[in-house]
Design a protein around this ligand. Structure first.
Ligand SMILES: [Mn+2]
Length: 515
């Protein structure tokens, strides 16, 4: 017989096939509505009782629809939002790091009102060391096959969340906890699957390290050190992956429901032993969005669209972004405005931020909620951080390591950073220049604040979001103890206040240059 696993992950509240750039757009190649059609089709093909359906987390935050459902402070909207996930026949789900973004009350409400159980072996109650949400593991019966399901979440969540969002919790190593539960569960089941909101710190096939071993992604170690795992349903990195390595089937289905991970196990009906494993991805682009999901989301979507078109402020001049990469490399008034805003709220000397979205368009004169969310799609908080001039230099040098000149001398980004450019920070109002022919780490040729060189031994205040303030994006020198203040406002609120009250003129200056 064949037993099939179907896995979604990192849906981030994208339901309809739209990224909300415009009201008219409804043909984007992703979204839960397309995922749902793929799942129903596969259930039909294999028989419902032969299919295990899972989600690897990051479902509550990301899309404008998810922001609206949460910000409306109206339980009807939240219920409508959750009903969309509840329409999918999930057998089990796990939590993602972004599921903590709106705090524990919201998270608990959403878990309590989800139809499918959550599995969680490593987000623990500080007091008793037991899983703080959901079940430590689950056994489901599929056509006589006992399937064990374990869930884990990247242990780095506390690095990215304000203290209140993780109060009373301890995030243990996904590797250690999963190893522990795998041994308990293995003798009780025929098939063991792990749902992990985390990915791979090394290439699963070659073992070559692809990022510093911070514990954010422990998938490679789990793969190597926990041979009990048959099926490994990963997420978090927004990568599209499918492979069978070390006799374990691995999938990671990308971002926003662009793909569904599929694992097919051939099982001997007599012995219940696995004969073969196959892993693949099903792209959802060709699947017609499921009318059930469309109908369930009609009201919520209509209200989201209305909310997005609300005017927030009127600028004296526009601050457009033509192209995200051009703005990153050459600078843009929109980035300056974001930096000015971060300085306004923190009183810091220097601000750092990135062009957060590949489809960021900046602001026209009239700014709506849509403009804010499309330009700044993260639920971050702003921090004021104290660093030495020498540390600031190392931080700026890290950002410069993203840049690369091609054979024609054209400046672009190194391929390994191509999908991670929301981590490419630029700095304001310092004047800096970088010679890209020099070695990485030695590229700054000018580094001044208000006409004076930045002194290695002097302290400076830096305004950055909480993700960066903890070193997110593998930046050096940032750490918890350097954070002097975390503001109690989100970026939507800050934009609203800054654009209507601050009265600071746009700065068209280009304060950095790469050559
Ligand atoms: Mn995610």
């Amino acid at each position: 017989m064949e037993l099939v696993f179907l896995s979604s992950s990192d849906l981030h509240g994208y339901i309809l096939p739209t990224d909300y750039q415009s009201r008219q757009d409804c043909n984007a190649p992703f979204g839960l509505s397309r995922v749902s059609s793929v799942i129903k089709r596969e259930q039909e093909t294999y028989g419902k009782d032969n299919v295990v359906i899972t989600d690897s987390g990051d479902f509550l935050q990301g899309s404008p629809l998810a922001s609206f459902a949460q910000s409306a402070k109206n339980i009807v909207q939240v219920k409508e939002f959750l009903s969309l996930y509840n329409a999918i026949d999930y057998d089990a789900r796990c939590l993602g790091n972004h599921d903590f973004n709106y705090g524990l009350n919201y998270l608990n409400y959403c878990i309590d009102n989800s139809r499918a159980p959550f599995v969680n072996d490593n987000v623990l109650d500080e007091k008793n060391g037991q899983p703080a949400f959901g079940k430590d593991y689950l056994i489901v019966n599929k056509n006589g096959i006992r399937v064990g399901l374990i869930g884990a979440t990247t242990k780095k969540v506390p690095s990215w969340e304000p203290a209140g969002h993780v109060a009373g919790l301890r995030f243990a190593s996904a590797l250690a906890q999963t190893k522990y539960y795998a041994q308990i569960l293995r003798p009780k089941v025929d098939v063991l699957a792990v749902i992990y909101h985390g990915g791979f710190e090394a290439n699963p096939e070659s073992g070559i390290q692809i990022e510093p071993a911070t514990g954010e992604n422990e998938g490679y170690k789990m793969l190597i050190e926990i041979p009990e795992i048959d099926v490994f349903l990963t997420g978090h990195q927004h990568k599209k992956m499918s492979a069978v390595v070390n006799d374990t089937a691995i999938v990671q289905p990308g971002y926003r429901g662009e793909a569904v991970g599929k694992v097919v196990l051939e099982i001997d009906e007599q012995t219940k032993k696995i004969i073969s494993k196959k892993a693949m991805l099903i792209d959802t682009a060709e699947a017609t969005p499921d009318s059930e999901i469309i109908n369930l989301s009609t009201d919520l979507n209509k209200n989201t669209q209305k909310w997005l078109d609300q005017p927030i402020a009127k600028l004296s001049q526009s601050a457009p972004i033509e192209d995200a990469n051009k703005a990153r490399i050459e600078g843009s008034p929109f980035i300056n405005l974001l930096q000015q805003m971060q300085l306004y709220f923190t009183g810091a000397d220097i601000s750092a931020t990135a062009v957060m979205s590949e489809t960021a368009k900046g602001f026209k004169q009239e700014v709506t909620m849509r403009d804010i969310l499309l330009n700044y799609p993260y639920s971050n908080l702003l921090c004021k951080v104290k660093v030495l001039g020498s540390e600031l230099r190392a931080i700026v040098e890290h950002s410069l390591s993203f840049l690369k000149k091609d054979d024609q001398g054209k400046i672009g980004f190194a391929p390994e950073y191509q999908d991670l450019l929301f981590n490419f920070d630029v700095f304001y109002p310092i004047d800096y220049e970088a010679d890209l022919d020099r070695e990485v780490g030695q590229r700054l040729s000018k580094f001044e604040l208000k006409g004076k060189a930045i002194e290695p031994e002097e302290s400076y205040y830096l305004a950055v979001n909480n993700y960066r303030a903890m070193g997110g994006g593998f930046y050096p020198c940032y750490s918890q103890d350097k954070i002097e203040e975390t503001l109690d406002k989100d970026y939507v609120q800050m934009f609203q206040e800054f654009l209507t009250q601050a009265n600071i003129p746009l700065d068209p200056r280009k304060n950095y240059k790469f050559y």
